[in-house]
Design a protein around this ligand. Structure first.
Ligand code: THU
Length: 148
């Protein structure tokens, strides 16, 4: 995965996070994925008063892409965190926790991603707090022995 693409996906996920509808958890998530043509699709979490109906940011982006004809996903970036970051008044420990606490895709989103593998057979997953604070993983690491 090219660094340039990683940076672009994180930037788009940060923007998508601003659209999150999360009045119940106040945990805002944005996702941005890229398909083989280079086109990018974004999504945010969409909550509901009936909590179980919540849709994750990742699945919002995936369903947008698939509903527009896409069938393969090369990479997805996810940026998540609380609406108000905790006050860093307890010293460095709090600061470092915010920086390393990435929002990993939930099990349901991992399974849904595995339906749309690209030719390479794997999807790059970028969990990020910002363009210069991220981790790059493979779907196969997050969902080994998947049901497909
Ligand atoms: N959420 C996501 O959007 N993606 C994930 O991978 C994990 C959780 C959302 C669902 C809910 O709106 C909020 O984060 C708190 O769980």
């Amino acid at each position: 995965m090219r660094e340039e693409v990683i940076q672009l996906l994180i930037t788009e996920a940060v923007k998508a996070r601003q659209m999150a509808y999360a009045p119940y958890s106040e945990y805002l998530v944005g996702a941005a994925l890229v398909v083989p043509s280079g086109k990018i699709y974004t999504g945010c979490n969409v909550e509901n008063a009936s909590y179980g109906l919540t849709n994750c940011a990742e699945r919002t982006a995936i369903f947008k892409a698939v509903s527009e004809g896409q069938r393969h996903i090369d990479a997805i970036a996810i940026v998540g965190g609380p609406l108000v970051e905790p006050e860093a008044d307890e010293g460095d420990e709090v600061e470092s926790k915010i920086k390393t606490d990435y929002a990993y895709p939930c099990g349901a989103c991992r399974q849904v991603l595995s339906e749309f593998l690209p030719e390479s057979g794997n999807i790059d997953i970028i969990v990020a707090n910002s363009v210069d604070d991220y981790k790059l993983l493979k779907l196969s690491e997050l969902l080994p022995y998947s049901f497909n």
